[in-house]
Design a protein around this ligand. Structure first.
Ligand code: CUA
Length: 341
């Protein structure tokens, strides 16, 4: 009996000590979303269970090693014990109950953080190797495009995620929630930012060569600042529409991340440079030659794999025809043309 009391006391002490230490150790970045509150609470609960299970095993083990070690001169065999039905029932039922309870908590939390909020802001998130872009379809005639994810504080945002090529994963550690972007599907994720500040999307699905640098900036701002940004962008769009096609094309190139792979100054990159490209004769991977004109560029944007320039891989995502309107593609071609010599 005295051994049981000693072990229980030790387990309680180790559990409390370990749980306190782990809870005071910074394991997570600062929380910045409403969805993260129940997630962090569940995380804390898991830490407590982990501390208890660690104490349970370690205390029994070390107590037995120290207290029941063989005494000097003792050559007898240990007592033969054949099973203990009560103990086996307890250590089967107890974990089952704990796992079921955690499964229930997980279900309630998941339902809680995925259910629609009031007055949601819709943002379409497009991903590709290896950049992100964002579209706010509720503003202006064709929506607002951005390479930074600007969000108002205190409002639930519905993100509709898509991918042009392979599976990427939208993850802002401070928001806690995470969602894959799967080609051919629209995936939804809800976030309610609670803290004004600058954050970073990190792609959390291995997606090729530059996966580790597939970042995008996230700005959580006051709703006044957000409305101000929206007005500013709408002004910019109106100005661009009244202005030359090259300016509109430049904007499209920025939004689609073209310069991640195509340089503008002649330097080598994953795709051919745009400097001096237009009007030039290119040799394709099958040995044939082609004149770079409007038609070739349009074809290369819509079906990048159809005419690969010699020395380059088939790495350009094929989905730009769905992302861009024919007018936007025409503007983009004007922009490429502006770099001809
Ligand atoms: Cu996209 Cu990793």
């Amino acid at each position: 009996m005295k051994h049981i009391v000693a072990v229980v006391v030790l387990i309680v002490i180790v559990t409390i000590g370990l749980a306190t230490w782990l809870n005071n150790t910074v394991l997570l970045p600062p929380l910045a979303s409403a969805e993260g509150v129940p997630i962090d609470w569940l995380f804390g609960l898991h830490i407590q269970i982990i501390a208890f299970l660690f104490a349970l095993i370690m205390v029994f083990m070390f107590y037995s090693i120290v207290v029941f070690r063989r005494k000097k001169g003792d050559t007898e065999d240990g007592a033969f014990i054949h099973g203990n039905a009560a103990l086996e029932i307890v250590w089967t039922i107890a974990p089952l109950v704990i796992v079921l309870y955690f499964g229930y908590l997980g279900l309630v939390t998941l339902n809680d953080i995925t259910s629609p909020g009031r007055d949601e802001l819709l943002v379409e998130v497009s991903s590709r190797q290896w950049s992100w872009s964002f579209h706010y379809p509720e503003y202006g005639e064709n929506g607002i495009g951005s390479t930074t994810l600007n969000l108002p504080q205190g409002r639930t945002v519905l993100l509709k995620l898509s991918s042009l090529d392979v599976i990427h994963d939208f993850w802002v550690p401070e928001f806690r929630v995470k969602q894959d972007a799967v080609p051919g599907m629209i995936k939804e994720l809800r976030v309610s930012p609670t803290k004004i500040g600058a954050y970073k999307i990190r792609c959390a699905e291995l997606c090729g060569l530059d996966h580790s640098t597939m970042y995008a900036a996230v700005n959580v701002m006051s709703s006044d600042d957000f409305e101000g940004w929206i007005r500013h962008e709408l002004d910019e769009i109106a100005k661009a529409e009244a202005g030359p096609a090259i300016e509109r094309g430049k904007r499209v190139a920025e939004l689609m991340g073209c310069q991640d792979c195509h340089s503008l100054d002649g330097s080598e990159s994953k795709g051919p440079t745009w400097l001096g490209l237009y009007g030039q004769e290119e040799t394709l991977s099958d040995g044939s030659t082609v004149m770079v004109d409007d038609e070739y560029l349009r074809q290369s944007i819509l079906e990048p794999g159809s005419q690969i320039v010699e020395g380059y891989g088939n790495t350009m995502p094929p989905g730009f025809g769905d992302e861009l309107s024919p007018e936007e593609i025409a503007d983009l071609i004007e922009y490429v043309e502006s770099f001809s010599e």
